[in-house]
Write a protein that binds this ligand. Structure first.
Ligand SMILES: O=C(O)CCC(=O)C(=O)O
Length: 268
C-alpha cells in the first residue's frame, strides 16, 4: 500500500495531536500471515539455539516472548524495516536523515502483564524532549485490542518535555490502541506507553517495533557487532546506510554547515 497525500496528512495531524496514529491495511491478510509465520519460526529457532525470549528486566512474567535483532534473524524483517509506507511516516516526523535504531518483536501471550511505562525517546536522549527525535512503527501481526494486550499509551504525552511533566498516576491515563492485523501504528518517540495485559484465554498479540531515530543519536544496538559479517555483506545499499554501517557516521549536519559557511564566504 502506498500512502496518498491526504492519508499521509491525516496521519501526520493525528500523530501531532495524540502522539499515535493507526493506519490499517498496510499488509493484506496473506502478507500479514506470512510475516506472522516468519516471526514464530524466528522465535522458535532463536530459542532452539539457546537464545532467551523472556527478559525479566522488561516483563513481569514469562508470558511475553521477546525477539530482538529481527534484522539479523530473518530476511523478511530486513525488507519490512524499510517498507515504503513506514519510511514515509518516519520521514514525515524525522525528515530523511533518520537511522534505524532497533527492530524487535513482543508477542504477548494470554496471561502477560504490563511492563514499566516509558517513552522511547527518553531512553536514548536526555530531556528536554522538545522535538520528535524518534518514532516507533508498530506492525500488527495479530489483531490488537485492549483485551489481548495492545500497547497502552497516553494521548498527548508526546508534548511532555521532562519527568517533571508526568502526572501522579500516569497509568490511569493510558488507553489501548485498537488495530486490525496488517495495520501499522506510528508512535512519536516521546509518547509514554507500555504493553497492555493480555487477559484473553487464547488470543495472542504479536507486534513488531521498528524504532527509528535522528542520525545524531546513537542506535540502541551496535549493528556492526550484532549482525553477522555475511548478513552485512548481503545487505541492500539503502538498508546498509540506514543501519549506519558505512564509513561516515555523524557528519550530515556538519556537511550542511560547511556548505552554508562556504556559500556565505562566496557572497562576500
Ligand atoms: O509490547 C508493547 O506493547 C510495548 C513494548 C515496548 O514498549 C517496549 O518493548 O519498549
Amino acid at each position: 500500500m502506498k500512502l496518498s497525500d491526504s492519508e499521509r496528512e491525516a496521519c501526520r495531524a493525528t500523530l501531532a495531536r495524540d502522539g499515535v496514529c493507526v493506519l490499517p491495511n498496510v499488509l493484506d491478510k496473506e502478507q500479514a500471515t506470512a510475516m506472522r509465520r516468519s516471526l514464530t519460526e524466528t522465535a522458535d529457532l532463536y530459542r532452539q539455539k539457546g537464545g532467551e525470549t523472556f527478559l525479566p528486566y522488561l516483563d513481569p512474567n514469562d508470558r511475553n516472548i521477546r525477539v530482538f535483532n529481527l534484522i539479523g534473524l530473518h530476511p523478511d524483517f530486513r525488507e519490512l524495516i524499510l517498507h515504503p509506507t513506514a519510511v514515509s511516516l518516519v520521514e514525515g516526523l524525522l525528515g530523511d536523515g533518520f537511522m534505524i535504531s532497533n527492530f524487535t518483536a513482543n508477542i504477548a501471550l494470554p496471561g502477560s502483564a504490563s511492563m514499566a511505562l516509558h517513552a522511547d525517546q527518553a531512553l536514548v536522549a536526555p530531556s528536554p524532549w522538545s522535538a520528535p527525535w524518534a518514532i516507533n512503527i508498530i506492525w500488527c501481526l495479530d489483531d490488537a485490542n485492549e483485551a489481548n494486550g495492545a500497547t497502552r499509551y497516553i494521548p498527548g504525552s508526546h508534548l511532555w518535555q521532562s519527568l517533571d511533566d508526568l502526572p501522579d498516576d500516569p497509568m490511569s491515563l493510558t488507553q489501548a490502541f485498537e488495530a486490525p492485523v496488517g495495520s501499522i501504528v506510528a508512535m512519536d518517540g516521546r509518547t509514554w506507553h507500555t504493553s497492555g495485559a493480555n487477559v484473553t484465554k487464547d488470543k495472542e498479540r504479536a507486534l513488531l517495533f521498528g524504532y527509528y531515530t535522528q542520525d545524531f543519536i546513537r542506535p540502541q544496538v551496535n549493528w556492526n557487532v550484532l549482525l553477522a559479517p555475511e548478513t552485512i555483506a548481503a545487505l541492500p545499499v539503502d538498508l546498509f546506510n540506514k543501519l549506519g554501517l558505512g564509513p561516515s557516521a555523524n557528519s550530515r549536519q556538519g556537511g550542511a554547515l560547511l556548505k552554508a559557511m562556504k556559500d556565505r564566504q562566496l557572497q562576500r
